[in-house]
Design a protein around this ligand. Structure first.
Ligand SMILES: Cc1cc2nc3c(=O)[nH]c(=O)nc-3n(C[C@H](O)[C@H](O)[C@H](O)COP(=O)(O)OP(=O)(O)OC[C@H]3O[C@@H](n4cnc5c(N)ncnc54)[C@H](O)[C@@H]3O)c2cc1C
Length: 305
């Protein structure tokens, strides 16, 4: 399929890409959203903290969003994977795994982030059901429960105090050397939070609900939930391949308008932010779309003047 020159091709149809599509559709721009349904939160049953949608399932969120966007006929959706980008600002070409080719004036990467392999036996079974990454998203459901924080290093000095806001029953498992200074270790232990460095042998669970974390030294830590920080990379390698600068945290470098280091290429949502929450991604999609629309309108104004 070879389409007309689009105004914006959005790669990624999560909260960021969908809110951008809504804004651009209302601004009468010709837009295609390509998405291959690998949302990072697909492992979860509920999305929390999105005003008017608290507790909605990730799939229902997308269904409602698409139903609303369908009111704007200049936006269409394609289920496919974008695999290559060529061209420059004003005339990008994107090809997909399904054999489609799209030409577009501007590109928006709303590709989210994806987890690197989790590595610990049993963690995949509980991920999104009782093991989570963000206490703002899922801490309320685990309030006052015995929880394990699975993390190590100086970042624990942020993570442990944060999660202590939801429960006082905390244990830290570092799955190897804790990489803390003596003072940091003492500070955590001073809050009656034990630290275990023994490698984790397995995470035992029933129907996705963690029962215990079993260590190589034989210790079994009974708990009802886990918070951890998986390693993340952008949802697609395409931004890096076309020369977008990437931060040390693995996100795409953008300015306050969502512009990447490549002219005509924008990014929004988890892929371009450290605040990785659905409502923050949607908001970033909205204001990035507004910036893109401004640029498109100015360019058209000059072309037609
Ligand atoms: C376990 C877990 C629980 C969470 N719970 C919550 C919660 O309760 N509340 C909350 O606010 N947030 C929650 N989050 C965070 C939330 O999922 C993200 O902040 C949000 O999904 C980010 O939206 P996004 O649009 O940036 O990316 P995503 O929702 O990840 O969407 C990106 C999309 O891009 C697509 N994509 C990537 N590359 C390509 C390509 N090359 N071609 C085509 N499509 C592509 C992917 O398939 C995906 O559909 C949770 C995250 C996790 C991991």
């Amino acid at each position: 399929m070879k389409n007309q020159l689009l105004d914006v091709l959005i790669i990624g149809g999560g909260p960021a890409g969908l809110n951008a599509a809504l804004m651009l559709g209302r601004a009468r721009k010709h837009v295609v959203v390509i998405d291959d349904s690998r949302a990072r939160n697909a492992v979860t049953r509920e999305t929390h903290g999105f005003l008017t949608r608290d507790g909605v399932s990730p799939s229902e969120f997308r269904r409602i969003a698409k139903a609303e966007i369908n009111a704007y006929p200049s936006v269409s959706f394609v289920t496919d994977t974008a695999i290559s980008v060529t061209g420059t600002d004003g005339d990008f070409q994107v090809t997909t795994a399904g054999g489609n080719t799209f030409a577009s004036r501007k590109l928006l990467f709303a590709i989210g982030m994806k987890d690197q392999p989790l590595g610990i036996p049993g963690l995949a079974e509980v991920y999104g059901k009782s093991a989570y990454v963000c206490p703002y998203c899922d801490g309320w459901e685990l309030r006052d429960q015995p929880l394990v924080i699975l993390h190590k290093g100086a970042d624990l000095m942020h993570f442990a105090p944060l999660i202590s806001g939801w429960t006082s029953q905390l244990t830290v498992c570092t799955n190897g050397p804790d990489e803390l200074t003596d003072a940091q270790r003492e500070e955590i232990r001073g809050h009656q939070i034990p630290i275990f460095e023994s490698p984790i042998r397995s995470i035992d669970s029933l129907d996705g609900i963690v029962r215990q974390v079993v260590l190589e030294d034989g210790t079994a830590i009974s708990c009802r939930g886990i918070f951890f920080k998986p390693e993340l990379v952008t949802g697609s390698d395409l931004p890096r391949e076309i020369g977008c600068d990437i931060t040390d945290a693995g996100t795409i470098v953008v300015d306050e308008f969502g512009k990447t280091s490549v002219p005509g290429v924008y990014s929004a949502g988890d892929a371009a932010s450290r605040m990785q929450q659905a409502i923050a991604a949607a908001a970033m999609g909205a204001f990035t779309a507004a910036a893109m629309n401004n640029e498109l309108n100015l360019e058209a104004w000059k072309r037609n003047g």
